[in-house]
Design a protein. Sequence first.
Lengths: 319, 129
Amino acid sequence: MNHYLSNLSMKFLVVGIFILFMVNEVSGQCCAAGNPVGGDGTQDGVKKHQMRVFAAYRLSYSRDYFNGDSKEDVRHIEKSFYNYSSLSLTYGVNWRLTLHGEMGYFFNKVQDVNLSEGQERISASGAGDLALSGRYDLLKKKLVNENQLVVSLGGRLPVGAFSEEQDGVVIPISLQPSSGALKINSGLFYSHKKKDFPVGWSSYLFIEWSNTIEKDFLIYKYGNLYLAEVSAFYSKNQKFVGVLSGKVEVREKDERENQQEIDATGSWVFYLKPQLQVGLAKTLQLITFAEVPVYKYTNGSQLTNLFSFQVGIRNAFSL
Amino acid sequence: MPNPTKSMRVFRRCFSVFTILLIVGFQLVSCKKDEPKPEVAPSDNLSLDSVVATKTNIVVWEEIHITAFARGPAITFKWQTNHGSMVGIDSSTVLYWACPTCVGDNIVKCTVSNAFGSISDTLVIHVTP
């Protein structure tokens, strides 16, 4: 019995660790704080007939302009930030296949801009995009380790608010809660952890393609997004997990009508992500992390992310 | 390990259904949109005589005013652009500017509407780096 309980706890622990690895943020293009990628972005599999519920709050804050890797001394946009909440469900269809869905809501998505007539605030709120994905674990279960090799395929459906107005003016797409575009993504996740050993590591590759937005006279296509992340973690007493991750995010240039590339879009950024998970009860965890860009390179002049922070609660149970 | 009780299983299923409904609810809220009013020909009830900008060739971050001259009772204005940002100055005028991603020929559209319908007009703002 004790052995069974120990194995069960270890599985929850490993699942929790994987969640920490996968929360992603995409920098805004030019002038706003960007959007979260696929909510909690988890890529791991869960047990057969297990349901996992994850609710989170996120703050993202952007301030400094960069051109290349140099900070610019300009303040056209004083700051941009958003407050976002999300709810995700992950269900294990069988031992290999996992389905994931997530929806989020922006309490606000804000840009403070310095104009000749004073500072103006442009703000929107509303539902974000719906993220859906399927994951397949390629590895057989082994007794000596908790390794996973998960391939995923998913998408984000632009079902959220994309026509928000302020004083009779439709606000820019970078501040709309929805991206407005259908996005298809794929990921490859590998984790390595031996049972009863407190240290492990994982790696993750992710690519996302966007279709072209064609709404009224707006024609816009987001550039392809590439993420690569490596993480190491340490766990103590199965109730505390500390994780340190390094993530590279590369985004290609956006396009407007006639497939014209937009020069001041596209970037690559290296982030550090300290993360923490604390067990509150047997299957209940508090999960928090910060994401800080330590190197940024932008094509042209772009507003860049200063930090983001997320805290969430996750519970898992069998159905 | 003891199996969950029946009441616990029911609770868990209800919780799952609730969360799914919550997500569906998000969708319904986000899909609720105002019906656009039909486009009508100019008349004494509603007309949009012109949409005028202080400049139509600007550089990045330069600010201009765009004004719509319209006639009719109880008119409301709606402003849209494919690239650039705007804020309302008063009911018929907006302040427009463009950030570095908005270089090119950008369309600004103004729609005026009231109980008799709606009328739209556009102009092009050329933005250079």
